[in-house]
Write a protein that binds this ligand. Sequence first.
Ligand code: ATP
Ligand code: MG
Length: 381
Amino acid sequence: MRNAGCYSPTVWHRTLAGYSDSPVGSSEPIAPDPGRLIVALRQIGYSLEQALSDLIDNALSAGATNVLIRFLWTGERIVGVAVVDDGAGMDAAQLRNAMRFGSAARVDHTSLGKFGLGLKLSSFSHARTLVVISRREGLTVGRRWTLAGIRRHWDCDIVKESQAAALIDAPWSPIDLRVSGTVVLWNDIDKLPVSGRGLRYTLNALHRRLELHLGLHFHRFIQRGVLSIHIDQQEQGEPEHQIRATVPALDPFGYGVAPLEGYPRTFVMHLAGVGEIPLDCHLWPPNSDRPEYRLGNRAAARQGFYFYRNRRLIQAGGWNGLLQNDAEPHASLARVRIDLPPSFDDRFSLNVQTGKPSERRRRELARINRILLAAAALEQG
Ligand SMILES: Nc1ncnc2c1ncn2[C@@H]1O[C@H](COP(=O)(O)OP(=O)(O)OP(=O)(O)O)[C@@H](O)[C@H]1O
Ligand SMILES: [Mg+2]
């Protein structure tokens, strides 16, 4: 190993760097092992709320105005979840593309999908089988992914037309699927356990969680009357229930009258080479008991930034590393609304997932944050 010392670190680094783009000899494809890959992909940690939000994104992009989420159960187990929408649906080629892990990029930049993976990853995070039946302009097609099919080198089943039609023509009230729409069905659920308190308790708890998350993240669509999300449940093999709930909008800025003169205030953040983003800084009136403020009794943790992309909320609070504590008691009334234009997708370096803003961005946000903190402290006396 002594010889390694004959390379200075710089030379060594330069040599390695050359390997990234220059030919080094022959090459051969090394395809991933589908069985191993899917096991890993199933672990990426999609919550039920995030998974269903992904399916609602898809439905919205397809022009749906109604989405039904239906839990299917038997005995004391949840065995399936169906997400049904009245959007434009897909034809055979579109459905084939939809089932691909890494579907073709969407042409519409204002759509909510970006990676071509949401449908598959959200489904396999909870279920072992994914069935998609779709109707477009009256024609019905169906596909199915099973874990066994994936292990057989991405072998995707084609559902017979008669079976597909029977499934989509089953009652899915209040969704009208006569002309177009899509049923996404998760079967063989293995990652939605029933709590020790029983099925009924679990279904109620899931319902409450979903109402909060979906009502908040899709509030702008619900408020504008362009989307209704319905939730119900059905015992497998039994007629559908007549009772279902429609998710109410939860507008995190729906406080009515601002408590302090001069608020809401808008600051403009300048991003070199990109443009300007307005930051709308809001203060809630103190001691509010509105559900839009409490947001599941976690108001203190809900202070901070609310990022929207194409009207869809993608981050509900948190200071992205600007404050030590995301539940800073003096700032619990402060919420900042930021609309990220789709054209900023690739260039906006604030990573809302990992919460690591760049240093420059951190300084700009910190300035706004200080102003907000001061205003909130003033308001709270
Ligand atoms: N409910 C639906 N109605 C119509 N088309 C759909 C529906 N769901 C999915 N699709 C089609 O399937 C494709 C793949 O969906 P998928 O969610 O996997 O990826 P995406 O939405 O393009 O990107 P992302 O990974 O960000 O969600 C979409 O581009 C769309 O063409
Ligand atoms: Mg999607």
